[in-house]
Design a binder for this molecule. Structure first.
Ligand code: 6PG
Length: 476
């Protein structure tokens, strides 16, 4: 192949890298790929793809300014590849970091590369293997002019909803990686909620895998539709090819994580923006991985006998009635989870000056990504109506749904707790809602305690904006 012909190069030809390479090549664009393991490129057979033999070869295949996409694991591997590239880079070259990099790393690398006149775009890509191949949701951030230079390629490879590509420029600096991180935080919350709904129906109602398949399938219709519901329904049908029965019953209940959910919670804590559903989802992954301790706990604290009667949830309702309440609960908590994620994006946007277009974020999440769902249309409409909306739950269309779903959620939470079936994310979603809307004061006691033991002062309701300290009469 002639030198300087390829529009874009990809470094890192793992599953995601290979599929993106093919996706780009199929849009009639010449693309060069490089991986330290030459075996990874062997299966790629497309006349628009060139596989470079070395970094030197890779760089010389690229048009100027060079566009280099990194598809390597987050953290040190990204820094390593950037330092290897460094001697070859020229002013106006564009590096696209398309992995799940931490947004603080992206901000640091932006500054380092800017010293050489090189642009870094921090780009979140969601949708896994199938998305990379046939269309993902793409969340780019960084220099706007650099983005304009690559926008056509992104438009080509993004998922389409109503013919519109699920990609848009989101903001300066690490905006893209921040949005992808929060996407993943929401993903953690939704996955935990689904797994709790499964626990309720399997252990509380004694439903079979076939029944679970039918129920999730049924829920995944119309206004409930979502990618995670769809795959959840499919999972219950999957046979185990190694032995009898369904695969789901052979999978060890220890969930792993790569860290993006934890980063979301860490950032939310740093920004002092409550995201309890996401936080508990991270904690539940941590708890699930302590299997040995859980076994010891279960021995020491067997479930209370009141909870061990068959189908304890069914004292008051028929099975179909309770299933429909669980569906409402799942929907209620799903709305709450998106609301927490969007509120975090809003706070981060102000704090880090991203100027995130929240309507656009919820629009590009409607296709290609893991958290795509019909609900995102309502979320998008809410931010279209009021771009400054401080919490999604204040939107009138969303609040109508919340009003309808609140009572069934309360009933499910009460029944689950009395049956000792763990529903931490469901309960936390409801508690977040209850705490948010409560005007019954309790934080006044915390202020009094702080002033009592530490003279930290407090404010009075009848004299705003002033600080007071009291010599508490019963101090020792
Ligand atoms: C996506 C996913 C993806 C994520 C995996 C695994 O949007 O395509 O969010 O980026 O890395 O789902 O994440 P965990 O290993 O942390 O569960």
């Amino acid at each position: 192949m002639n030198q300087q012909q390829c529009e874009i190069g990809i470094i890192g030809l793992g599953v995601m890298g290979q599929n993106l390479l093919l996706n780009i090549a199929e849009k009639n664009r010449l693309v060069v790929g490089l991986d330290q393991d030459p075996r990874k490129a062997r299966a790629i057979n497309n006349p628009n793809v060139h596989i470079a033999k070395s970094l030197h070869d890779f760089i010389h295949q690229l048009k100027i300014p060079r566009i280099v996409m990194l598809m390597v694991p987050a953290g040190k591997p990204v820094d390593d590849v950037i330092s290897e590239l460094h001697p070859f880079l020229m002013e106006n070259d564009i590096i696209i970091d398309a992995g799940n990099s931490h947004y603080k790393d992206t901000d640091r690398r932006l500054i380092e590369l800017a010293a050489k006149g090189v642009h870094l775009l921090g780009v979140g890509i969601s949708g896994g293997e199938a998305g990379a191949r046939f269309g993902s949701s793409i969340m780019p951030g960084g220099d706007r002019l650099a983005y304009e230079h690559v926008a056509n390629i992104f438009n080509d490879i993004a998922a389409k909803v109503d013919r519109n590509p699920c990609v848009a420029y989101l903001g300066a600096g690490s905006a893209g990686h921040y949005v992808k991180m929060v996407h993943n935080g929401i993903e953690y919350g939704l996955m935990q909620l689904l797994s709790e709904s499964y626990g309720l129906m399997k252990y509380g109602l004694g439903l079979s895998n076939d029944e679970l398949h039918d129920i999730y399938n049924d829920w995944n219709q119309g206004k409930w539709e979502s990618f995670l519901l769809e795959i959840t329904a499919n999972i219950f049908k999957q046979a185990d090819h190694k032995s009898d029965g369904r695969l789901i019953d052979k999978i060890l209940d220890e969930s792993k994580q790569k860290g993006t959910g934890k980063w979301t919670s860490e950032s939310a804590l740093e920004l002092q923006l409550p995201t309890p559903t996401i936080n508990i989802a991270v904690a539940m992954r941590d708890l699930s991985s302590q299997r040995e301790e859980r076994v010891n706990f279960a021995r020491k604290y067997p479930a209370p006998s009141s909870a061990s009667a068959p189908a304890p949830m069914l004292k008051e309702w028929s099975r179909p009635q309770f299933v429909s309440k669980i569906r409402d609960t799942l929907y209620f908590c799903t709305i709450i989870t998106y609301a927490q994620g969007m509120a975090l994006l809003k706070k981060a946007s102000l704090t880090f000056h991203y100027d995130l277009p929240l309507k656009t974020v919820s629009t590009i999440w409607q296709g290609g990504c893991i958290i795509r769902s019909a609900l995102l249309k309502d979320i998008s409409a809410a931010f279209e109506q009021n771009p400054k909306l401080c919490n999604l739950l204040l939107d009138s269309n969303i609040s109508q749904k919340i009003f309808q779903l609140e009572m069934p959620t309360r009933e499910v939470v009460a029944a689950s707790i009395s049956s000792a079936i763990p529903i931490p994310a469901i309960a936390n979603s409801l508690l977040y809602f209850d705490a948010y809307r409560s005007l019954q004061p309790t934080a006044n006691l915390i202020q009094a305690q702080r002033d009592y033991f530490g003279a930290h002062t407090y404010e009075r309701i009848d004299e705003p904006q002033k600080k007071f300290h009291t010599q508490w009469e019963h101090s020792q």
